[in-house]
Design a protein around this ligand. Structure first.
Ligand SMILES: O=C(O)CCC(=O)C(=O)O
Ligand SMILES: [Fe+2]
Length: 360
């Protein structure tokens, strides 16, 4: 009887240990939180009823996976790949004929060569080219999905003001400093740069799998699980990655941490061009990020913050330049893949720096 009890007890302890090992423990903001080893996927249609699970993943894993209608992804990627092959300067991308603020082309050479086609679904009207149509349609789908994700966060965190930070319909590219966009990144082969670890500026990034997987989460995000190559966790035909950027970190006073991520230089060197199409949901022009109620007083000086403040708001009150904060300070601190706690800005030397240099 005694040995039966011992045996049963040992089995129970073993089961508890297995469960404990199966969960992955993270130290975040002074408390331990657990997420399962395997990321949970939430269907877009269930984002509101299952907001707690979605937010748990986003907060404690650093990213969430949402299952969605990605029927236009394949066609958009194929069209963009074709453009890159036939027209290395993407001179005629066929999305817009004049400067209507729907599309912007840039070639960046540092720290790595990448061509970018920024697309916003602000306009309407049919396009002659079905590939271009699919690309604009994908941008519209990702915009709608990003708003649902933000609604889930706003409801779950009881921060309805998060929704007033974004435009219902994306702003034209020529009307806002850092508008919400779908960015087609077109990488050629022979890449010499490292992963270029960074945080995104906005509230949320919603990223379908690129044409082939090279997007990595920083190794410092130790909740990542089996692979740092996040797109390998996705069903490319229907899953998207969702993660936070600097604006959401500030808007939630670090209840959410930004995901430090980069693109593998080793994989890009394999020679085939790669196309990715992340959607960046950013604060609209005029939006002001206010201090959330739970924000520590030592960080209160970072508020209010804006990328592009409207004249007349908060007159006489200093306002953090969110873009400069992101680009020159907060974003810089993650260049080696580190996750920077916002609490670092409570340090006296950083407070001084921010106060002196980073107010509008
Ligand atoms: O190419 C990718 O998969 C990600 C690109 C990225 O992180 C960005 O454009 O901010
Ligand atoms: Fe990024």
């Amino acid at each position: 009887m005694h040995s039966a009890w011992v045996c049963c007890h040992v089995r129970r302890v073993a089961a508890i240990c297995t469960a404990a090992f199966a969960a992955h423990f993270l130290y975040l903001g002074g408390c331990f939180a657990a997420v399962g080893r395997v990321p949970k996927k939430v269907a877009a249609a269930d984002l509101i009823p299952r907001q707690a699970e979605f937010c748990q993943e986003l907060k404690h894993r650093g990213f969430a996976i949402v299952q969605s209608d990605l029927s236009r992804r394949k066609e958009a990627l194929a069209w963009l790949e074709g453009l890159a092959e036939t027209d290395p300067d993407l001179a005629d991308f066929g999305l817009s004929s004049d400067d209507d603020g729907l599309v912007r082309y840039q070639r960046v050479d540092f720290p790595r060569t990448v061509q970018r086609l920024d697309v916003t679904p602000a306009g309407s009207g049919a396009l002659a080219d079905p590939g271009a149509e699919a690309t604009l349609g994908l941008a519209a789908d990702l915009h709608a999905l990003s708003l649902t994700c933000l609604t889930a966060v706003a409801q779950h965190e009881k921060l309805p003001e998060l929704l007033s930070l974004v435009a219902d319909r994306p702003e034209p590219l020529n009307c806002a400093k850092e508008p919400s966009i779908m960015r087609a990144n077109i990488y050629g082969g022979q890449d010499g740069a490292g992963p270029c670890w960074h945080l995104d500026l906005g509230l949320l990034t919603v990223a379908p799998a690129g044409s082939w997987p090279a997007l990595m989460a920083s190794p410092f995000h130790d909740s990542i699980g089996e692979t740092a190559f996040l797109e390998e966790l996705l069903d490319p035909d229907r899953d998207v990655l969702v993660f936070a950027g600097t604006a959401l970190v500030l808007a939630t006073a670090a209840a959410y941490t930004g995901l430090v991520h980069g693109v593998s230089a080793g994989r890009l060197k394999q020679g085939r061009a790669r196309v990715s199409v992340p959607y960046f949901l950013r604060p609209r022009s005029g939006a002001v990020l206010e201090k959330p109620p739970w924000c520590d007083e030592s960080l209160a000086y970072l508020y209010p913050a804006a990328v592009q403040a409207e004249g007349g708001i908060h007159t006489g009150q200093p306002m953090l330049d969110l873009l400069r904060f992101h680009r020159d300070l907060y974003g810089r601190l993650c260049t080696r893949g580190q996750v920077v706690p916002l609490s670092a800005f409570a340090a006296e030397d950083l407070q001084q720096k921010v106060r002196q240099d980073f107010y509008l």
